[in-house]
Design a binder for this molecule. Structure first.
Ligand code: SF4
Ligand code: SF4
Length: 348
């Protein structure tokens, strides 16, 4: 079975399992391109990436040179002003196409950002210009913050939204999906494995796929993973008894450890980006050994070392996460990882 769904008012008919282009950055160009081609041959027809995912757009471009299967391209930029228009041109060049189906405003996680992108000279206007000139077809928005997405849906300027959705982060199903469906807005969902916290693909994918009318976009960087996800999808996805048990156990286990990235704990008196530090292992997993060379990551970690343990954030986290303790543990884990990497390099 290969179910398709209509992506809201775009009227695009999409295979219900899309693909996300984050992990592809980690492997060699040859491997990455082979994975994308295999996925498209299997029947995946929506490929999502971003300007911020280094070589991901380029690799998609290379993979598409050798296939004539129709593919819906979805990409995004975190530029907040009209200069995003330039990013659209770069994306077109990288993917070697004349038009991109869906272009999103990337990670609009705070209301200040939302006001900026929607204001005069903001990124939304830049995307409108690109759409008027025929460089893109539809405008989307991605966010980790359901309140921002709710507002975006209510405002009605977007054709597609993208929300985090997994059995550890199921709130979008109640808070945003019904509203988006009522307004005929297409729904893409990211992080079905909650950034690698959920280890088993079966329960994770069956959970998100059993929500009708959404298109999850799990990433995969190996043929093995791509095939595994595809098999789960094509074998039907009602949750089994075992799935439900697994979900329940993991939910309990993660309840007071897993950061839902809602930012309710902010503002931190030391300006620490709490959600990023609590998701530090996911970032390291995603970027691999190059993580330590990323300037933004370095600043993030160094800032977190300033945690005064004032406890202000504790009163604001609705999930009662022991934030300062988790920050300490994550930093200790990172320092050990750095040490191990150093040793490995010395042995080469
Ligand atoms: S305990 Fe640490 S992270 Fe929380 S508000 Fe205080 S300084 Fe920020
Ligand atoms: S620590 Fe709590 S409040 Fe802060 S982002 Fe994570 S889940 Fe939300």
């Amino acid at each position: 079975m290969m179910e398709k769904t209509r992506l809201g008012r775009t009227n695009l008919l999409v295979t219900r399992l899309g693909w996300g282009g984050i992990p592809i950055q980690r492997v060699s160009e040859e491997e990455g391109v082979a994975v994308i081609r295999a996925l498209v041959e299997m029947g995946v027809d929506l490929l999502d990436t971003a300007r911020g995912y280094t070589n991901s757009e380029h690799r998609i471009g290379l993979a598409l040179q050798k296939t004539d299967k129709p593919v819906i391209l979805s990409t995004k930029s975190a530029v907040r002003t009209g200069k995003i228009y330039k990013d659209v041109q770069t994306s077109l060049k990288e993917m070697e196409v004349k038009k991109i189906s869906i272009y999103h405003l990337h990670a609009v996680n705070h209301f200040q950002d939302y006001e900026k992108v929607m204001g005069t000279g903001g990124a939304y206007q830049g995307l409108k210009r690109a759409r008027d000139e025929g460089l893109i077809d539809y405008i989307g928005i991605t966010s980790h913050n359901l309140n921002v997405l709710e507002k975006a849906v209510e405002d009605g300027y977007f054709d597609v939204i993208m929300a985090c959705y997994s059995f550890l982060e199921p709130d979008a199903a109640k808070k945003v999906f019904p509203l988006a469906k009522a307004r005929n807005i297409g729904i893409l969902t990211m992080k079905p494995f909650s950034g690698g916290v959920i280890g088993e693909a079966g329960p994770a994918l069956r959970f998100v796929l059993s929500t009708p009318g959404i298109v999850p976009i799990p990433g995969s960087e190996s043929l093995e993973k791509a095939r595994e996800n595809w098999e789960i999808f094509t074998n039907g996805y009602s949750l089994t008894k075992k799935d439900r048990e697994y979900i329940e156990i993991l939910r309990k286990e993660m309840n007071q450890q897993f950061c839902r990235r809602c930012d309710y704990c902010q503002p931190c008196s030391e300006k620490i980006s709490i959600q990023h530090i609590l998701g530090l292992k996911t970032i390291v997993r995603r970027f691999g050994p190059v993580t330590q060379e990323l300037d933004w990551f370095y600043s993030l970690v160094e800032k977190a070392r300033d945690c005064s343990e004032c406890g202000e954030c504790l009163t604001r986290c609705p999930y009662e996460l022991p934030i300062p303790k988790l920050i300490r543990e994550n930093l200790a884990w990172y320092d050990q990882w750095l040490e191990e990497n150093k040793k490995k390099r010395a042995q080469l």
